[in-house]
Design a protein around this ligand. Structure first.
Ligand SMILES: Cc1cc2nc3c(=O)[nH]c(=O)nc-3n(C[C@H](O)[C@H](O)[C@H](O)COP(=O)(O)OP(=O)(O)OC[C@H]3O[C@@H](n4cnc5c(N)ncnc54)[C@H](O)[C@@H]3O)c2cc1C
Length: 503
């Protein structure tokens, strides 16, 4: 009689594998609980249900989707968090197609973003964002737009990248992105090109970020090619051609809604407003407690942020405590819907990335959403524009010590609104007043962007190793996979495939 294979690390204390012969005894349906209803939890629940498991998903918040949500401003349904996905892998596009949304995939309106650099004359210090880099690191230092951004002295220093020995940078255990860029290309490239891009994507200063987490493979490519520019060029060449990001006509929030509908159709039990407060081993399975209720399952998937996952698993996987990540940066997003026909000309393309040293504005980035997404411009009509400004940037310890300003998530709504209106006027060089505003909203994200501080890659490796020892457990989410829908989708699906194979 054939036996279901029992993997070695399942052997101790596991239930005997059920018989594969249905005439002998009915094979009980395996059960799974997924904790966290962001994109990783929704994908995990879906792939578990597709594999025949009976799944319950528990989400603390009132809605599913986590960072991929929708809010209404001036009657428009707008993305409250993620608004696009990277197309360097087909992972998100494949998922979207499985959910029947392939026709909704759209590219941004060409034009690209601008870069706001410090300078007395704000308009003169703005320029289109130089292309062909990676996280703002140029692949070709001779491009005129690069020289314009970093100046002749900066370009001369950056050119040393070609001749400097790679030295310890490739060998050291953990290095920040800032250290790598500063050592190879100098301060001007770091502050004027890399910092604005990284601030926009990770809400962090490059000196905070682990280069191996935010640019996997970059140090290996540096060692191989001998210069950072060549390393970036080689990684760029390996990426697919065409637009680097895509969106959904209707907004990325449609992805969360489509996943929710799909889960309901598959019979997955969805429990929102259910914050899990304890997780325990129960024989070979798991019990999960949330607001006085208890859920039992054969398999458990943690799909929360990092600190919550480590805290909830403290009793069952104590090894994780040493790898508990710090809280990620707090971010406030201010969305303005304005009636201002002067913005029809898209004065700063799809938006502006702001260097930290620009004193005239507080925002780290502005997205001109109606200049980026045609579907949105069609729904507002000419003259009406959607602007999204983001606030908050994790600083290095040294920089944070001298910064006494309140964090963005602690600022009052009215204060952030006034700041956003002033910042948008400066960045777009179009005066915007309260009377132009037809709607606005503030969304705060606390701990949603994971910390990718130096050492993060090693932390992830130790979490993975500890989790692998525990039968019936998987841990997913951006804190392990890396920020962004492409990374989260790819990783979650691979992890759930592995978990299903074990069960
Ligand atoms: C403002 C913003 C803009 C972004 N823009 C983009 C973009 O344009 N493109 C892109 O690719 N990526 C973007 N990202 C990143 C991307 O959205 C995230 O990497 C991804 O959505 C993370 O998914 P996740 O499931 O890992 O985590 P989350 O979405 O954070 O979901 C985790 C869920 O777990 C729940 N939870 C936590 N603790 C518990 C508990 N104890 N019990 C039950 N539930 C719990 C939380 O409530 C949350 O819903 C953006 C992120 C932010 C914050």
């Amino acid at each position: 009689m054939p036996h279901r294979p029992v993997l070695p690390h399942f052997a101790a204390g596991r239930k005997p594998a059920p018989s594969a012969d249905p005439t002998e005894t009915a094979v009980p349906v395996r059960t799974a609980v997924v904790i966290g209803g962001g994109i990783s939890g929704l994908i995990a629940a879906r792939d578990l249900a597709r594999s025949g498991l009976s799944v319950t998903l528990l989400e603390a918040g009132p809605e599913l989707g986590g960072c991929v949500g929708t809010h209404r401003v001036a009657g428009l349904a707008l993305d409250s968090g993620a608004e696009s996905f990277a197309t360097r892998s087909p992972a998100v596009a494949d998922l979207v197609a499985e959910l029947g949304l392939a026709d909704a995939v759209v590219s941004p309106i060409p034009g690209g973003a601008w870069l706001q650099l410090p300078g007395e004359d704000v308009a003169a210090a703005a320029q289109p964002m130089p292309q062909s880099g990676m996280l703002g690191i140029p692949a070709d230092l001779r491009g005129p737009e690069i020289v314009k951004a970093i100046g002749r002295a900066g370009a001369a220093r950056a050119a040393l990248d070609k001749v400097l020995p790679v030295g310890g940078l490739a060998r050291r255990e953990s290095v920040s992105l800032g250290e790598v860029v500063r050592a190879r290309m100098g301060e001007a490239v770091l502050r004027r090109l890399v910092s604005p891009v990284v601030g926009g994507v990770y809400s962090s200063d490059p000196d905070v970020l682990d280069v191996d987490s935010v640019a996997p493979g970059l140090r290996a490519a540096l060692a191989k090619h001998g210069s950072l520019a060549a390393a970036v060029g080689s990684l760029r060449a390996a990426a697919p051609a065409g637009s680097a990001v895509a969106g959904l006509a209707g907004g990325m929030g449609m992805l969360s809604r489509a996943l929710e509908e799909d889960l309901l159709a598959r019979g997955v039990k969805l429990e929102t407003g259910t914050a899990v407060d304890a997780v325990d081993r129960a024989g070979d399975g798991w019990t999960v407690s949330a607001s006085g209720r208890t859920f039992s399952a054969d398999a458990l998937v943690m799909a929360t942020d990092g600190p919550a996952a480590v805290d909830l698993l403290a009793a069952t996987v104590p090894e994780l405590a040493a790898a508990r990540p710090g809280p990620g940066p707090g971010v406030a997003l201010v969305t303005l819907v304005v009636d201002q026909p002067d913005l029809d000309a898209h004065p700063r393309g799809t938006g502006v990335l702001v260097a930290a040293e620009v004193d005239a504005v507080d925002a780290k980035a502005l997205t001109h959403a109606t200049a980026k997404w045609q579907w949105l411009a069609d729904s507002t009509g000419p003259g009406t524009h959607v602007l999204r400004l983001s606030y908050g940037r994790a600083l290095s310890a040294a920089a944070a010590a001298g910064d006494t300003r309140p964090g963005p998530v602690d600022r009052e709504d009215d204060d952030l609104f006034a700041q956003a209106l002033a910042d948008a006027s400066v960045l777009l060089q179009v005066p915007l007043g309260v009377d132009d505003v037809v709607g606005w909203d503030v969304v705060r994200w606390v701990g949603a962007l994971p910390s990718a501080a130096v050492g993060h890659r090693d932390r992830v490796a130790s979490v993975r190793a500890a989790v692998e020892q525990v039968p019936g457990l998987e841990v997913v989410g951006a804190w392990l996979a890396g920020t962004g829908l492409a990374a989260v989708t790819t990783d979650t699906r691979a992890r759930i495939r592995g978990l299903v194979e074990q069960l």
